[in-house]
Design a protein around this ligand. Sequence first.
Ligand code: NAD
Length: 370
Amino acid sequence: MTARTLFLLPGDGIGPEAMNEVRKIISYMNEDLGSGFVLDEGLVGGSAYDAHGVAISEEDMAKALAADAVLFGAVGGPKWDDVPYEVRPEAGLLRLRKDLELFANLRPAICYPALASASSLKPELVEGLDILIVRELTGGVYFGEPKTITDLGNGQKRAIDTQVYDTYEIERISSVAFELARTRKNAVCSMEKRNVMKSGVLWNQVVTETHKAKYADVALSHMLADAGGMQLVRAPKQFDVIVTDNLFGDMLSDVAAMLTGSLGMLPSASLGAPDAKTGKRKALYEPVHGSAPDIAGKGLANPIAMIASFAMCLRYSFGEVAQADALEKAIATVLDKGIRTGDIMGEGCRQVGTVEMGDAILAEFKALLQ
Ligand code: NAD
């Protein structure tokens, strides 16, 4: 088997604790399944600042660019609150996203049956929920120019952000959504504001044309983004894949996230364009949560978001669908057995720490693959 290179960037706070649990899974896969993962590790965020005075070194950036996939923990913490803006911990993550050209952000919202009661919605609305939000990550109003605040000279100022999308950006993000839908329930809902925004009109047109030209077998619906937000909390199970722009995706993915209970449960993937020669996409996998300074170093962090991010890596970077399914099933089984970290603790359950949760998931994973 050809080597599969994984570059690990555990980062700060609970990042390294959660990453350790993934490392155990990878060791098992290499030793017992012959998976052939070759690991290298670097520094990002505050830990990189302490060592090199930057949020990620050039050497580690080069390794990230060369790897088949990057696994990222979390960055930040009060220790680095006052470092210069350009080298703040988050700058490392933004640099990775930019240099790897990760334009597609995948945020699944899965509600494990055992946790349905932890959602802010009624259990029957979220039990068994499995939706995927595909957010455009490198364009739109967060990056469009002009982006200015001008003094108007009359005691007033004017702030301008520019929402801008070109055809190719909408084509490529919607293609990712259609392709992913084919591996799921085969339905895409596109969300924009075509009623009030020109970028919404173009978004709607390009998604419709891309669908007609290449993905007519996938069920496509359109929804205004505000109505989409409402439907996400009214009847979230109606969706399979949602595709949307950077701004709406930022908000809608956070809404969807909260349907599932805790930040410690949420994985994500960011993908780039397929390489013209190899067909492989650059990819970075990371939990949605931050470095959780309040619990860092105490062995209390929930490693599930990090482990589920690795399951996404198996699925999307290495095509190991059966192994990804098994790892996700292992997480569900451990939750069914009432094993919980503090953030998802429920009545009658057994509270464990990071290491014990990781061990329990690994044991179920092994049992499923035997
Ligand atoms: P956070 O996600 O770190 O924590 C929010 C709350 O959720 C905390 O109470 C924390 O204990 C809890 N929590 C988060 N993940 C958990 C887990 N796996 N298990 C158990 N509990 C968990 O967000 P914050 O407190 O707003 O930010 C803390 C630091 O992280 C800041 O420096 C922030 O800039 C940074 N941050 C980094 C990222 C990233 O690396 N991608 C994302 C968000 C925030």
